[in-house]
Design a binder for this molecule. Structure first.
Ligand SMILES: [Zn+2]
Length: 482
């Protein structure tokens, strides 16, 4: 049976339209009262606003699902403060199971995170704290014995840290799947219809199992990492290819290659030196990057290259040019002016997370001093016609596209003055970067129904946009209207 959504408005317009949905697709859109209802179920939206369903194009879904259950150390202003939060949690919830915290930003700490500090806080109970940018983790002695034997560093960085992350994600599948279903419902309640899941590790079976478990609330494209590239190629898994038995809601995603580090960890690869003299790290040299990307492209898998520093972005674009392929650069946080136009020329999408600019503005002002005019350069991208894809990098920022849209439109949070307001972009560009479909005949019936007109809200108000309903392929995944 078809569904007629009656009395809807489009953002910034007073005209009222009806939308008829059939077989998971939009079948017709016309001025209110003009469409033949053809025996469809009619739902009056009462003049609410509709936008295409929103996408979060960069998430770490399992970690996001775990985050709500983790100790929040994002507000700790020092290593000692983070350790104090651990001590209190260990007292409040005694036991000997692994205590996991998330969100620290040690780049701004004056004291050193040591194992001894966490040992004093939690004793023999294993403790792992993940940094807010996911590129390092801080372990106490008990956790290190279990998860990083042989290492003597309190802080594990890059690959050593990703290994800890993967080990944490290997918890009980049934528990994680339940948490993931909860996280998907919460995302749907924010108008989300799809995510690109760049969770570390091999995620084909994980998602196939989750889809088999019941009605999914989201479309999912799962990324493939370097260690699994040959396995994906051998399976014939291509980017955009639907996985059987999931109504084409689950598809193969891009080849995710992490070419440099991150800002907070001071591993983002930059042309200028950090205050400590380093330039960051290249996880692959330029030849390795090109070879890996070429192998992926030859097998129908589109590259998504993590590049944060300006040097990493330049190398990523060089590699796209040499391979002659399109794809995405993940993050693109610091970009030389001459490279912005190259994104457009090469057809490379800038997959950016606007809320990171709000989280990192103080760290950027310190570590990228004198260069922040080219940091998170959203308006430059828009001006040069670069395709933008918004994401959260959840759990780095919350899986909520309205947070990203607000940050892109306002470049401000918590009453602070906008950071580099010249890089603010119009709402229309921010919405465009957050969707993959349009409201028109033949398009997927992926829609978000809003209780407010986004065009009438301030940038700050967009952050808490009230979402009345969400439809995924014509099916309600969130509903406060009926
Ligand atoms: Zn990420």
């Amino acid at each position: 049976m078809s569904l007629l959504l009656a009395g809807a408005r489009l953002p910034g317009s007073d005209g009222v339209v009806d939308v008829r949905i059939d077989g998971g697709r939009i079948d017709a859109v016309d001025l209110a009262g003009r469409l033949d209802p053809r025996g469809s179920e009619r739902l009056d939206l009462g003049g609410r606003w509709i936008v295409p369903g929103l996408w979060d194009q960069h998430v770490h879904f399992t970690q996001w699902a775990q985050t709500a259950r983790r100790l929040d150390v994002s507000r700790a202003a020092s290593a000692a403060e983070a350790a104090e939060l651990v001590r209190r949690r260990a007292l409040a919830e005694p036991g000997d199971e692994l205590l996991v915290g998330f969100g620290f930003h040690d780049a701004l700490w004056a004291d050193l995170p040591t194992r001894a500090l966490l040992d004093a806080a939690a004793g023999e109970r294993p403790v792992v704290l993940m940094s807010g940018d996911l590129h390092c983790s801080w372990l106490n002695s008990a956790a290190a014995r279990r998860l990083a034997p042989g290492s003597h560093e309190a802080i594990l960085r890059e690959d050593a840290s990703f290994a800890v992350t993967s080990a944490l994600a290997a918890a009980d599948d049934a528990v994680l799947d339940r948490w993931a279903a909860d996280a998907a419902s919460l995302a749907a309640a924010r108008g989300v219809v799809g995510v690109v899941d760049l969770e570390y590790g091999w995620n084909l079976e994980t998602w196939t199992r989750r889809f088999a478990g019941g009605d999914p609330s989201l479309r999912v494209e799962f990324g493939i990492y370097g260690d699994d590239l040959e396995r994906a190629a051998a399976l014939g898994l291509r980017t955009g290819q639907p996985i059987e038995g999931t109504d084409a809601l689950l598809t193969g995603g891009p080849f995710k290659v992490i070419s440099d580090g991150s800002l907070n960890t001071r591993t983002a690869l930059c042309t200028h030196a950090y205050p400590d003299g380093g330039h960051g790290v290249a996880n692959l040299d330029e030849r390795e990057l090109v070879e890996a990307m070429r192998f992926a492209v030859d097998h129908g898998i589109e590259p998504a290259v993590h590049a944060i520093g300006d040097e990493a972005n330049r190398r990523a674009l060089d590699a796209f040019e040499r391979v002659g392929a399109r794809g995405r650069v993940e993050h693109a946080q610091l970009v030389a002016p001459e490279d912005v136009a190259r994104f457009a020329r090469l057809g490379v999408t800038a997959s950016v997370q606007p809320e990171h600019a709000m989280d990192d503005r103080d760290v950027a002002d310190r570590l990228w001093a004198g260069r922040t005019d080219r940091a998170f350069p959203l308006a430059d991208f828009v001006r040069h016609g670069v395709r933008l894809a918004f994401g959260s990098d959840a759990p780095v920022a919350p899986l909520d596209p309205w947070v990203a849209i607000s940050a892109a439109v306002g470049r401000a949070r918590e009453g602070r003055e906008p950071w580099h307001p010249e890089q603010r972009i119009p709402l229309s560009a921010a919405l465009e970067a957050s969707v993959r479909s349009r409201i028109g005949a033949g398009e997927p019936a992926d829609l978000a129904v809003l209780d407010a007109d986004p065009a009438a809200l301030s940038a700050g108000e967009l952050r808490t946009m009230p979402v009345a309903a969400t439809l995924l392929a014509g099916r309600f995944t969130h509903d406060t209207v009926r």
